[in-house]
Design a protein around this ligand. Structure first.
Ligand code: PAF
Length: 276
């Protein structure tokens, strides 16, 4: 496995490789969810590239950029058996002093995460466009856990005629349903149990719909009341939206995206399911 620490080294590798390249962009601190994306990339391509870059541009001023967990040595050991090249650029290489260019997807970014994290998706689409330009993948792999992120990236790729396929991979969960996330490491002992409330609330929504409940407002309310019973939990939003437009719906029309952001103590967690 090769490690490219500069854009120039990554480009050089790309120019020398033959066959299809599968790419998994990450911010490191890898867990089984990331590794399932890498495995999928390995199965579907001759060459696998993974980037590790904690992108400062997608964190708000009061968010956790500085404290975001990092463990490069462990990440590289996990990637070694499955990866041909790891791209780990520096902040300065990606955003030199005179950096001035942004890639913005409108519409889809106005709602959900975009509404409560201003500038977040501008940072995501900009860095992902830059990574695509450098790595030149044939396929790129993203997790359904960040449902809006993958929708926004697919739209960017379509609108800007980027020559690659974006593949969505299912959310990996712990045994008790908690969606895998690097941020789960922030959870203190008592909070880890409390964090299962997100998945349980999603399951509640699924059950209500399967019993014939058609009123999205009533389902949101039941989810809210259920989560509020957990003293550690603070709801940021609960959404039942059209899975294509991400706009809130009044009556259940499938496929629907049920998603939420909930703070467990100080840790902000997101999760979702698609009702088909
Ligand atoms: O999902 C992530 O880890 C990040 O948003 C991504 C896609 C690597 C861009 O920085």
């Amino acid at each position: 496995m090769k490690v490219a620490k500069t854009i120039a080294e990554m480009r050089e590798f790309r120019q020398e490789t033959e066959g299809t390249l599968g790419f998994v962009p990450t911010m490191g601190y890898l867990h089984d969810g990331h590794m399932s994306l890498v495995k999928m990339a390995r199965e579907e391509n001759q060459v696998v590239a993974v980037s590790i870059f904690v992108n400062p541009m997608q964190f708000g001023p009061r968010e956790d950029f500085k404290s975001y967990p990092r463990d490069t040595r462990r990440d590289l050991a996990l990637l070694e058996p499955l990866t041909d090249i790891v791209f780990m650029p520096s902040d300065k290489d990606m955003y030199p002093r005179d950096y001035d260019s942004w890639v913005e997807v409108k519409g889809l970014t106005d709602v959900l995460e975009g509404a409560v994290r201003p500038g977040h998706f501008l940072g995501v689409t900009t860095v992902v466009a830059k990574l695509f330009n450098v790595v030149q993948p044939d396929k790129a792999y993203f997790g359904q856990k960040d449902a809006q992120q993958v929708a926004v990236i697919k739209k960017m790729v379509k609108d800007l005629n980027m020559n690659l396929e974006v593949v969505t991979c299912p959310t990996l969960r712990e045994k008790d349903g908690l969606a895998m996330s690097s941020r789960n490491t922030y959870l203190k002992r008592g909070q880890r149990q409390a964090a299962t409330v997100l998945y349980k609330a999603l399951m509640l929504a699924e059950e209500l719909v399967s019993r014939g409940e058609n009123d999205a407002g009533a389902i949101r309310l039941e989810m809210k009341e259920f989560i509020e019973k957990e003293p550690e939990a603070n709801i940021e939003y609960i959404s039942i939206a059209d899975n294509a437009t991400l706009r809130e719906i009044h009556h259940i029309k499938l496929p629907a995206l049920v998603s939420m952001a909930v703070k467990i103590g100080k840790t902000r967690l997101i999760d979702n399911i698609v009702l088909e």
